[in-house]
Ligand binder design. Structure first.
Ligand code: GL2
Length: 829
């Protein structure tokens, strides 16, 4: 009985001697305990990695306490919960972030110090959890941190890939991909929940069944796979709340398939069942483009089906009908990747719970919201009908039914406007008949959000114009943000200390608006001096890293000019490299007195190219070819260095961003939905050299165009420039630098030919030539500003103090109020 259960719980808690304690001796005891019993190394002999493992387990214990209490509290209060579904989460490392959010970093530093260990050294043993590609995935991670910190009753759901994003290895300047088997040495941050598992079905047929005089469809699956939960506690900062990120792993189903065992081929039967695990094996490394692949669709449905079963099971634990479903549940679809969740809920409510179509549809339309992260119509997901029909036969029928009703609605509204019907239909006719996942999501969700104001305008006027005309109120935007906990407090402790000192409080870590208070001191000589000192410390760390990586010694007096992000033609790393070639060319032709005026630069580029993206890979090779020449030219010396940082990931970003002076965000206007890297640089006092694209337009409003270096065509000017084709005006310097590459000045003449072709002869789709003059002017303005260190430091302080709007806390507050309708539920301490 419940009473017995409570008495048992109280007795057990009494034996636990209360919650874990955080004084140095208790922490030390715990660490030693985990060395001995969890890691099972003897206390006489263990290395730094094992010490890291033991340390992590002791932190995990503290996470678990809060996480249990939070869920107990959520259960008691039964508030409306948000379920955040995303196929990608880029969590990076957890140790430092956890102890900071738990508020016990200093205690651990002391405790370890007394044992003869350095916290930082052990923290470096951790590897990144890279279960995502780029901005979209890191955004999910930042948003989880904000959801926890702001006490929202939220859950994240995703896939536990065995192989995260590939490791990038550079051999002779070429990118090679290696698998990231990140679980090889265990993962102390997850809790395996073997008892939380669901059967996920695939393939098979649909049959009719009569029940209570009504006809129902029943899906008879052809294959069943088990989804097992792995829970990852996400601690909030300055609160007891710790929420859950539940990731699913595929395991062979426990149900026996007697027939295959009876054939006598026992070994093959076992091996075949083991193949189930393939589903959660590997993350697709293509960023922003999706081919309708069976395994990818399987992954999507696998994680969606398990999550929906879990959500409905939790709801049914306390409710015996679906009347309150829409008041208790909000489901957020992160891009279209999890959009099958919509159909899955429809199927469960209609086919299994027998609610009737109208009631089921009403519920679906009230609980789902969708955020799109895409600008280009070509980037929208499409699933071939044949594939959908074979893998998920019942889902395809439901999609057709929804589409039929939607088309009827369109006919009523717009009459026989067939081309409009064709554009808006969920089903695309054509050579390969496909399901348009974005159309499906828009039709079924109550809100469609963009990720910046510019993105919202593009959605309304181009990408989803027809839908906007039909349902203007459905469309909104929430400008992206990043968490200051990770991007200042964890990654830049020195800056964090200076900010807190000058603001006289640490409250900005939860209330970012307070950062604006730094504005008053932007010209203060003392703050400026401390600010520059912080930058210098971070540049030293970065310089050491560069030297270890590449053997190149860089000067700390140089401007560290950084572009780190996925390699894409639209992000225009090539514009940057061509600019570097121009700078090199100028330095070579200068006399001694002109050289003395040159502002020395360390140009840093990092990023991965999708394995099949040839042009992006050529850009990486070009970086290396130019670096080889420039870095070894004794006539250039410290005036110019080019460094390619391999294997860019969250941890590398945490090191590089604080040490940067200038950062580049130079996408062709109208191509970056938002961009979030710029926000991290801004928080760290780096000046931006940027085009007026994505969220940069809003950054300009916050910190002022005078405090950054803007360049290039605007969103509205791009179409006209494209129309000009080969007649667009391109400066001579551009022609010259491309020619240098073409002529083999940096070697690999034939290899670079196709790369040069992408920017010449009227084929310059991303307008590198058209923007080149403006790019060089912006770079010259940056040089000029850098010479005046007082001015530069002021701009830098103003960048940090104006970054408040770009905290994910603000984004999440907006979603909570305008989209999800959820309220904080704060677990008492
Ligand atoms: C992206 C957008 O390209 C990027 O501009 C945006 O900041 C993020 C987060 O909203 O989403 N879309 C996408 O598919 N990836 C992104 O980074 N990978």
């Amino acid at each position: 009985s419940l009473g017995d259960h409570r008495a048992k719980a109280e007795k057990m808690f009494g034996l636990m001697d209360g919650f874990l304690k955080n004084d140095p001796v208790s922490l030390q005891k715990d660490i030693v305990y985990h060395v001995e019993y969890t890691v099972a190394r003897s206390r006489f002999s263990f290395d730094d990695f094992e010490a890291y493992q033991a340390l992590s387990h002791s932190v995990r214990d503290r996470l678990i306490e809060r996480w249990h209490d939070t869920h107990q509290y959520f259960k008691k209060k039964d508030p409306k919960r948000l379920y955040f579904l995303s196929l990608e989460f880029l969590m990076g490392c957890s140790l430092s972030n956890s102890v900071i959010n738990l508020g016990i970093r200093d205690q651990y530093v002391d405790a370890l110090g007394q044992l003869g260990f350095e916290f930082e050294v052990l923290a470096e043993q951790e590897g990144d959890a890279a279960l995502g590609n780029g901005g979209l995935a890191r955004l999910s991670a930042c948003q989880m941190d904000s959801l926890a910190t702001l006490d929202f009753p939220a859950w994240g759901y995703g896939l536990r890939y065995q192989y995260g994003l590939f490791r990038q290895i550079i051999v002779d300047g070429f990118q090679h991909e290696q698998p990231d088997y990140w679980l090889n040495f265990g993962n102390p941050w997850e809790i395996e929940r073997v008892q939380v598992s669901y059967a996920v079905k695939f393939y098979g047929t649909v049959e009719e069944e009569v029940s209570n005089g009504s006809n129902y469809k029943v899906w008879i699956p052809g294959e069943t796979v088990e989804a097992v939960a792995y829970d990852n506690p996400i601690p909030g900062y300055g609160t007891r709340n710790a929420i859950n990120l539940r990731l699913w792993a595929a395991k062979p189903s426990g149900q026996y398939d007697l027939e295959s065992y009876n054939t006598g081929d026992y070994i093959n039967a076992v091996v075949n069942r083991q193949k189930a695990e393939i589903i959660s094996n590997v993350l697709y490394p293509d960023d922003r483009s999706y081919q309708g692949k069976e395994l990818r669709l399987k992954q999507q449905y696998f994680f969606v089906s398990a999550s929906i079963q879990d959500i409905i099971r939790r709801f049914k634990d306390v409710h015996d009908n679906f009347d309150e479903f829409t008041e208790k549940i909000a489901l957020q679809i992160n891009d279209t990747h999890p959009s099958l969740a919509i159909i899955e809920v429809m199927r469960v409510l209609f086919d299994e719970e027998h609610l009737g179509w109208d009631k089921a549809w009403d519920i679906v339309c009230k609980i789902f919201s969708f955020t799109t992260h895409t600008v280009q119509p070509e980037g929208l997901e499409k699933i071939p009908v044949d594939l959908m029909g074979s893998l998920l036969p019942r889902h395809l029928q439901i999609i057709y039914d929804i589409n039929y009703k939607f088309m009827e609605e369109l006919k009523k509204k717009f009459g026989q406007d067939y081309s409009r019907h064709a554009r808006m239909s969920i089903v695309e006719e054509g050579a390969v008949k496909s399901i348009r996942m974005a159309n499906l999501s828009i039709v079924c969700c109550h809100k469609v959000n963009g990720v910046s104001r510019v993105h919202f305008e593009l959605l309304k006027t181009r990408v989803f114009k027809d839908f906007y005309d039909l349902w203007p109120l459905k469309f909104q935007y929430k400008t992206n943000g990043v968490t200051q906990r990770r991007w200042i407090v964890v990654s830049n402790p020195s800056l964090c200390a200076v900010i807190s000192k000058w603001l006289g409080t640490e409250a900005w870590v939860r209330n970012i608006d307070l950062l604006a208070g730094l504005r008053d001191y932007a010209s203060d000589a003392d703050l400026q001096q401390e600010w520059r000192m912080v930058k210098k410390i971070n540049k030293m760390r970065l310089a050491e890293y560069i030297e270890t990586l590449s053997g190149v010694k860089v000067s700390l007096d140089a401007m560290f000019d950084v572009q780190i992000k996925r390699i894409h033609e639209y992000k225009r790393q090539l514009l940057n490299v061509l600019g570097i070639i121009h700078r090199y060319d100028c330095i070579k032709s200068m006399n001694e007195s002109d050289r003395r005026k040159v502002v020395p630069r360390v140009c840093i580029i990092g990023g991965k190219a999708a394995p099949g993206y040839e042009i992006a890979k050529k850009i990486i090779k070009l970086c290396h070819a130019v670096a080889e020449k420039v870095n070894n030219d004794p006539g250039v010396g410290d005036l110019l260095k080019l460094i390619f940082i391999p294997d860019y990931n969250v941890s590398v970003a945490e090191l590089v961003i604080p040490g940067s002076d200038l950062s580049q965000h130079v996408s062709t206007a109208g191509h970056e939905a938002s961009g979030t890297g710029s926000m991290k640089f801004l928080m760290n006092g780096c000046l931006l050299l940027a085009t007026a694209d994505g969220s940069t337009v809003e950054i300009i409003e916050e910190i002022g165009a005078d405090n950054m270096f803007l360049l290039g065509a605007r969103v509205s000017e791009v179409p006209a420039l494209r129309d000009q084709g080969a007649s667009v005006r391109v400066p001579l310097q551009f022609v010259r630098v491309v020619r240098m590459v073409r002529d083999g000045y940096f070697g690999f003449k034939d290899y670079f030919e196709s790369l040069c072709d992408t920017v010449e002869n009227g084929k310059d789709f991303y307008l590198l030539g058209a923007d080149f003059a403006s790019y060089l002017e912006a770079q010259a303005a940056a040089d000029l500003a850098f010479v005046n260190q007082e001015k530069w430091t002021r701009m830098s302080i103003l960048s940090t103090s104006g970054s408040g709007r770009f905290s994910s806390d603000r984004t999440i507050e907006e979603y909570a109020e305008q989209t999800w309708g959820i309220e904080p539920c704060k677990c008492p301490f």
